[in-house]
Each structure stands twice: as C-alpha cells, then as structure tokens.
Design a protein around this ligand. Sequence first.
Ligand SMILES: [Zn+2]
Length: 285
Amino acid sequence: MNPCGLCGGGLEPLFEKFGHRIALCRACGTASVDPLPSPEDIRKVYTLDYFKGNRSKFGYTDYAAEAGCLARGFAARIEAIRSFVPKGRILDVGCANGSFLGAFGPEWDKHGVELSRELLEDSPPPTDVKVFVGDFLAYPAGPASFDVVTLFDVLDHVRDPKAVLDKAAALLRPGGLLAVQQGDRSSLFARLLGRRWHIYIPPTHLWYFSKAGLIRLLSERGLKTEREEYEPRWATFTLCLFRLSYILPSFLVDPFYRAVKGTWLGELGVRFNLRDVVTLYAVKS
Ligand SMILES: [Zn+2]
C-alpha cells in the first residue's frame, strides 16, 4: 500500500466500496482512496452529467434546480464570513456556477475557480463574478492577494489536498480568513453508518477527513481555527432521495425518487442537519 498522501504515515485497509479500496492512516486519522485515480480519471467525473443526475457520479440531480435550497444554505456561511471580514476580495475555490459568490453584496470583489467548463457554459456565473476555468493549482494570483478564501466540499475531491491548502494559505493576506467545509468521518452519524455513510463515494470523494485532522492541517499552515459549525443544509426532496439511495438499497428508494422527480413535491426544500459536515473558519496569523 502507498503511504498516506497527507502525512506519509502507513495506510491500513478499511473496506472496499464501488470497486475502490478505502484505507485509513492511523497517524493523522484521515482515510483515502488507495490507490488514487489518475488526474485524467478525476477530470472525467466533472462533466455536465455530474450536475444533472448521473447517479454513478454522486453529484446532483439538477444543480440549477437546487438554486433556492443552496441560497438558503449560503446565508449562514455568508453571515459567519462577514463576522470575520465585513468586505474585501474573496476567492471561492470550486465555485460551480458562482451562485455562492453572487449572494455577496457589491462591496465584495468576487473571484472563483471552477474545473467544469461544461457547467459554466450551461449555467453562466453572475456578471460581477470573475471565474477562472481550470485547476486551482494553475490559478494565477499573487501571494497574500485575498481577504477570504473558501473551500466548500473541495478538499475531498482533489488528488492533493495538501497542495490545495498550501496554495489557499499562501493566497491569503495575514489576518485573512479561510473557510473550509468537509464531511467529518469522526462524527456520530458517520461512525453509526460505517461504510454506508453517504460521503464515502469514491472516486468522487477521494479523502475522508476528521474534524481534528482538518484543524491540524490548517494549524500546520498558520491558520488558527476560531469557529466550528455544523450548519443546517437545504436540498430539494428529489436530491434528498437521490442521496438516500447511497445509503439504502435502491429498490427501497427508486420508486419514490422516480415518482417525485420533476413534480412540485420533488422541488420542495428540505432542511436537514445530520451534524456530519463541519465548517471551519480559520484566521491566518
Ligand atoms: Zn496520514
């Protein structure tokens, strides 16, 4: 087996899922897909069907249809960010169609990075959001050039989370804010579900962090975690059923999923909080 890609510690196998081996590093408490897929195979995940209901990719049933629910989820994060930095230059890594940045007021200079050109062509970002299409590690920006950098559900999708964190930390000015949101494999819900936890979805998710492990990764880069939240999330009833099918046998979920998809019932927003997704707000010293 390969050494842990985060700390170099030894990996031990945890279980197999969807034809991939998930292995745990006892040294840092992070689990990962071993071996990691190639960059080319990772890129293939994020074509338009990822956002439009390809169930083998575990993305979205219809990203555009989630707009209302996503906006409700954004409010708490925007409030938290503004409590640290009231305005300035913000970078959202993995910004999708820029709807999160679009929810910030005109006092913000808004920048995003997104890998999926297809998504942006299908669903263009707001006019005041500048989006770089490509790999974040190739994003041309000067050191200390942002007041806020956000990594929402990004680190578990990339081959090299260390490199992404190094770059995010370097782009922040001293006193700037890094906001990171990730599934927490040390949460009660994740531990209860074990391998059935809906966030264990290789090869879409490649890394499975614990809250303590994430805080340590930030602290190693001079980022002091000052606020931790398990924020409620919103999703359409259709997306809830789509995600439930990762946990329950499909014959139990599929009839309901097919019945509500495309109906008013399927578009209803559902608020939920399994307390298994943690958001950390960390300040650069
Ligand atoms: Zn490790």
